[in-house]
Structure formats: C-alpha cells, structure tokens
Design a binder for this molecule. Structure first.
Ligand code: NAG
Ligand code: NAG
Ligand code: NAG
Ligand code: NAG
Ligand code: NAG
Length: 630
C-alpha cells in the first residue's frame, strides 16, 4: 500500500501540464522544417514575479500615497523595490531542482535572482524537446527571409508551472519584424509617426506683455496668473531633480532657449538643462538632417516653459540614439536596472534594442544608470491599441514601482479628444482607422499609476480671472476610458459620479461604458496659444504637450518646499488629489468637450470629467495642502 501511494504521488508530481500554447502562426511567417535535434537552444526560464498584479500594486502604492495612510510619504528605496518584486527563493529552488532531476548538471544551470531568470547552458533541441514535451520548428518570415525558432505548445510539471512566467524560445514570435533603417525604427520620437506632438499655427508678430492678452497668446506670465504660481526654489536641481524627457531625434535648440529666455527670463540666457544622455541620446540632430519644427518644436516648448517656471532647475533625459531611436521602456531600463530583464525584458518589436548594431549606433545598454528624478514629465504617447495588453501591463507595473520610490510620473493625455494619435479610431476587430467609430485612448496615460494631464484654454475675449474651458482650439484634450486597465480605487467615486450625473450618449460598443475602467486625464492645464521660440522666431503652439510640463513644474516646486521642510517628495499624487480635501485646490472646468471619432466626445461637467480631469491646479492651495501632510 505504501509503495503504491508513493508511486502515485510521484506520478502526480511529475505529470506535465500544458503551460503555454499558440493558436496560430502570425501572418507573414511560415513553418519550414523541424529543428535539428543536436542544434543548441539558448533556453531561458523567466520566473514568476511576485506582487505584480494590478490589485497588489494598487494597494502597495496606497500605503505610501494616500493621505489617510499611516505610512504616507514613507517611500521605498530602490533596493527594497527590487527585492520585493524579485523572484522568490522557492521559485528558484523549484526550477533548479527540476532541471537537476531532469539530468542537467549544476554547472549548466545559471540563476540571476535579481532579474528572475534561470538559464540552461548549451541545451540541445533534443534535450529541450524532451524536457518540455514539445517539438521545435524553424519558421521563416516571407518578406525579410528572417528565421525564428518556436514551438506550438509546451508542458511543465504541475509543481513547476506556477513558478515560471515564460520560457524563451518557445511559443512567442517576438522576433524583430520591423525592418530598421535610420530614423525609421522606434516610432516614439519620430515626427508624424503617431505620437503626441504639439501643433503650431501662425508665427507671432509681437509678443504681448502682461496678462491682458492671454486669450490670444499664452506666456509664462499668463500661466503664473492663471494658476497663482509664483515660487522661487530654495533647493538646487541636483537636490530636487525635476526631469523632462525627450526622445531622439526630437531635440532642443540652444539658441531658441536663449531667445525665449531673453524675452521672458533674462537670468536664464545661457542656462541649459542638466543633460542626461540615455542609450546614446543626443541633441545634435542637425547633423542627421533632423531640424525644424517637427524635430525641435516639442523639446523647445517643454524646456522653455519648464525652465522659466522653475527658475532653470530642470534635468533633460534625452533618450535614444539617431540610428535606432528609443521607447519608454528604454528610459525605464535606465531608471531601474531590475526592469531591463523583468518579465522578459525589452521587446524588439516596440523597444530600442541596445547595444545598437546599426551603423554608428550606440554601443552601450543603459541599465540602472540613472537615479530617477523626483518629478518626470513626458509629452509623448502611444494609442493604447498600438501595444498589446501584456506589454502595457509590464510597463505599467514599472510606473507603480517608481511611485513606491516617491517619483511623480506625468504623461500628456493626447491631442485628439476621444480619438487616438493621428485622429485614428478603432473598428470592432481592433483595427485603427480614421473611419473607426470606437474611442481610442492613449497609453501610458491609461496606466492607473501615472498622472495624465489634459488641456484647457482661455476662451476668446476672456481673461485669466475667468473660468477656462476644455481646449478646443487646434487640438482637443485627450480623454476617455481605458480598454485595458480597470478603474483604480482612488478614482471610483469621481468616475461613477460623472457617469451617473452626465450619462454619455454613446453605447457600450463605442467605449467601455461599464464604469469599471480607468478614466483619463487626471487633471489639466492650459494647452492653447503658447508663444514658443522655434527656428529663430516665435510661434503659437498647442497641445497637452504644453500642459504636462506646466503641471510638472508646479509639482516640482511643491517638492522643493516639502524637502526644504524635511518632508518626503509627493510621489504618486493620484490617491491624494482625488480625496475631498483636495477638491478646493482645483479650478473645476465645466465647459467644452473633447470631440473625436465623429462625435463631440465627452462633455466637461461639474466635478471630475474625462476631458479635463479634476480641473486645473491652484498652486497656492495645493502647496498648502501638501505642506500639511506628513
Ligand atoms: C533567499 O536566498 C538568499 C540566498 O540564497 C538568502 O540570503 C535569503 O535570506 C533568502 N530569502 C528568503 C526570504 O528566504
Ligand atoms: C557551449 O556553448 C559555448 C558558447 O555558448 C561554446 O563555446 C561551447 O563549445 C559549448 N559547449 C559544448 C559542450 O558544446
Ligand atoms: C495667490 O496665492 C497667494 C499665496 O501665495 C495668496 O495670498 C493669494 O490670495 C492667492 N491669490 C488668489 C487670487 O487666489
Ligand atoms: C470594461 O473594462 C473592464 C475593466 O478593465 C473590463 O473588465 C471589461 O471587460 C470591459 N468591458 C468591455 C465591454 O470591454
Ligand atoms: C451592451 O449593452 C447591451 C444593451 O444594453 C447589452 O445587451 C450588452 O450585454 C452590453 N454588452 C456588453 C459587452 O456589456
């Protein structure tokens, strides 16, 4: 009896279960032959990363970011974050013991605990096939001729399966499909490639001083008056780093910064942002033929306003070389070394892969090289639908980790209202086209762990003392509901109140109307008629691209006051700003909407709305509220 039971137990433990399966071969690829049994496979096992589901991340962040939490502001060190999300010892020992019992010598097994990978040295195809009960085939991509090794399905013992997140190579087709050529690879910094870019209209004949003409021309003085934002920092930028992110080939032009400063902040003539190059980031675009508004407009706008509003104390994260370009993941790799290999690492389809093998490409791979700034503002974005849900979830978890460390991460919400970049909307089968009818929100804004910034305007004929409206000049404020991310707790009351008081006239086939998905933006600031120095002159520029650095500047100065008083940074602000205590610290925007996809979009309304969020900041009130928090 004992023997029988023991045998039975062994059988149960060893019974392999299917772990991953692919149902189709991606278009363009075809299976050409069985892989040769004695070829080597670089077999790697990505271990399950604990605590990375959205609900766990949300509750961890709540403890350090919600004003009612006893540990408000007690942010985590980078080491604590890395170890909290590192693979468990149990996962490592289970996978290693299984490999050993399958006949692999210890010297063929290597473990990287911090990054959560176990690798098998020199596994042959035959060994891998027997280990995983599978068959490996070679696939060829018809257009490029590129080969890829993959299986259809594989199995793991039942007791091992929960400890493994993914195995490479296996079912995935993460092979590089995009044909890379200079200036054509990663879309994020590329003009016209579907990212959020500011728009400009006419050249400015004359700069208008004072605050009398802010309805036709926004200047730093207008913004200071609108948001009662006058503050001189006491700390230096290295004591309280505030970073603006730009993606090569977008780059600022030094003479334009000086031209702007000469007119609006003479003390800053000759002052440059503290330059941090990531993955070969460079501002020497002219050498690559990358100049003009499309290449300089975004960077000039962001830096001219941010530097002026915070008396020069700005760091520039310039990300990506001119050959490959870069994505948000490349920035995150530099800010957190553990992210470089987290859940499989960068995706060659959507991220820059460094070292860059293209001619003249950057030979390094910046991984954990930059200590994150206290506030990080980015005026670029994807359409959520550009990316897979898995890709966005991985990146979104990383924003939660930055929040745990006390970093405020801001993204602009997009310039096409309820439509996506390029005015694209979705069809029922997920395609993005100008004739689509389904709303198309932007990412990373829809990640519940970033703060999304929309745009407002001063109405024609009105002054800085009058209420603003949702921006509907040239651009319309990106807003709406995520198709990927659930409604975070901090936003529940606000979103449900909006939907019940102002039921949108669209069915559940037009947007996720359940009231259970993340709404954007979180707040907003003026995004129309910014006088901006570009190409030696001044132009009027529009976009949530302008709004994000303005909000970021205010938050950076609140950090200045808190740090000077011996307090923590404000970190992830969303759980705080949605509390009733913060209600009076925003100008509620109740007029306008965010048209797109052949509709007038959502309507701004009393309280939260998915057009302007909670409204525009009142700096003095926010400062006071945050100074009262521990
Ligand atoms: C995991 O293993 C490492 C080294 O093997 C050890 O230092 C650490 O204490 C272990 N952690 C736990 C939670 O057991
Ligand atoms: C194992 O792989 C390495 C390169 O990764 C190679 O140099 C070595 O010869 C291989 N060992 C065997 C036994 O094939
Ligand atoms: C602007 O802020 C100051 C404090 O910095 C305050 O005294 C003043 O009343 C505020 N003005 C308005 C119009 O809210
Ligand atoms: C709406 O969003 C929620 C939360 O993300 C999701 O669970 C639900 O499936 C979505 N509904 C539809 C119809 O897409
Ligand atoms: C959408 O609404 C219709 C009509 O109210 C309802 O029958 C349907 O179940 C809803 N679909 C989803 C996916 O929620």
């Amino acid at each position: 009896m004992f023997l029988v039971l023991w045998l039975f137990a062994c059988l149960v433990a060893a019974t392999p279960v299917p772990h991953a399966k692919r149902t189709n071969v991606p278009s363009g690829w075809s299976r050409v032959r069985q892989h040769s049994p004695d070829a080597f496979l670089p077999l790697r096992f990505g271990l399950t990363q604990p605590n990375t589901d959205m609900a766990t991340l949300e509750s961890l962040l709540h403890t350090v970011s919600h004003p009612d939490s006893p540990s408000y502001g007690q942010h985590w060190s980078a080491e604590r974050v890395a170890s909290h999300f590192a693979a468990s010892n149990e996962s490592i020992s289970t996978v290693v013991a299984w490999l050993a019992s399958s006949g692999f010598d210890a010297n063929r097994i290597s473990v990287n605990k911090r990054s959560g990978w176990v690798a098998l040295r020199n596994a042959t195809v035959a060994e891998a096939e027997s280990l995983l009960e599978t068959e490996y085939h070679v696939f060829v991509h018809s257009a490029s001729g590129q080969e890829h090794v993959a299986c259809e399905e594989y199995h793991l013992p039942a007791h091992v399966a929960p400890h493994v997140q993914l195995i490479t190579p296996s079912v995935d087709f993460d092979a590089v499909l995009r044909v890379r050529s200079p200036h054509m690879s990663i879309d994020i910094g590329q003009p016209g490639a579907g990212t959020v870019f500011p728009h400009r209209t006419q050249a400015v004949d004359a700069l208008l001083p004072g605050t009398e003409h802010c309805d036709s021309q926004i200047t730093p003085a207008c913004l200071r008056a609108l948001y009662n934002f006058t503050y001189t920092p006491t700390l230096t930028n290295s004591e309280n780093p505030f970073a603006i992110v730009e993606y090569t080939p977008q780059a600022y032009v030094p003479s334009d910064l000086d031209h702007f400063a000469a007119n609006f902040s003479p003390a800053l003539v000759g002052v440059r942002p503290a330059f941090v190059s990531i993955d070969g980031g460079s501002i020497d675009g002219a050498a690559f033929g990358a100049s003009g508004f499309d290449y300089n407009g975004e960077s000039n706008l962001d830096l001219e306003y941010a530097m002026t509003l915070v008396s020069g104390a700005v760091t520039l994260y310039q990300v990506g070389d001119f050959q490959m370009g870069a994505s948000f993941n490349n920035l995150l790799d530099a800010l957190d070394g553990s992210y470089c290999s987290f859940e499989g690492g960068d995706d060659p389809q959507d991220d820059g892969i460094y070292p860059d093998t293209l001619d003249g490409g950057y030979q390094g791979d910046d991984c954990g090289t930059v200590k994150p700034a206290n506030v990080i503002s980015t005026s670029y974005g994807y359409n959520e639908a550009d990316l897979s849900a898995a890709y966005t979830a991985r990146q979104c978890a990383e924003y939660a980790k930055l929040g745990l460390m006390g970093v405020t991460v801001l993204y602009s919400s997009g310039d096409n209202g309820v439509a996506g970049n390029g005015a694209l909307c979705l069809t029922p089968d997920g395609e993005q086209t100008p004739s689509g009818k389904i709303f198309n929100p932007s990412f990373p804004s829809t990640c519940p762990f970033v703060t999304s910034v929309g745009a407002t305007q001063i109405n024609p004929g009105k002054t800085v003392a009058d209420p603003e409206s949702a921006c509907q000049q040239v651009i319309s404020s990106g807003g709406g509901f995520s198709n990927y991310f659930a409604l975070p707790e901090y936003q529940q009351g606000a979103v449900q109140a909006y939907l019940s008081r102002n039921p949108p006239p669209y069915s559940n086939t037009t947007y996720n109307s359940t009231g259970t998905s993340r709404a954007i933006p979180d707040l907003s600031a003026n995004g129309a008629n910014y006088a901006t120095a570009i190409e030696g002159g001044f132009y009027l520029v529009y976009g949530t691209s302008a709004s994000a650095p303005v909000v970021a500047s205010m938050l950076a100065m609140i950090n200045d006051a808190r740090l000077a008083a011996g307090k923590s940074t404000i970190g992830f602000i969303n759980p705080a700003i949605y509390t009733p205590a913060f209600e009076g610290a925003f100008h509620d925007i109740v007029a306008g909407s965010n048209p797109g996809c052949g509709t007038r979009g959502f309507a701004a309304a009393e309280g939260y709305d998915p057009v302007t969020g909670l409204g525009t900041p009142q700096f003095d009130k926010l400062l006071e509220l945050w100074m009262d928090l521990p």
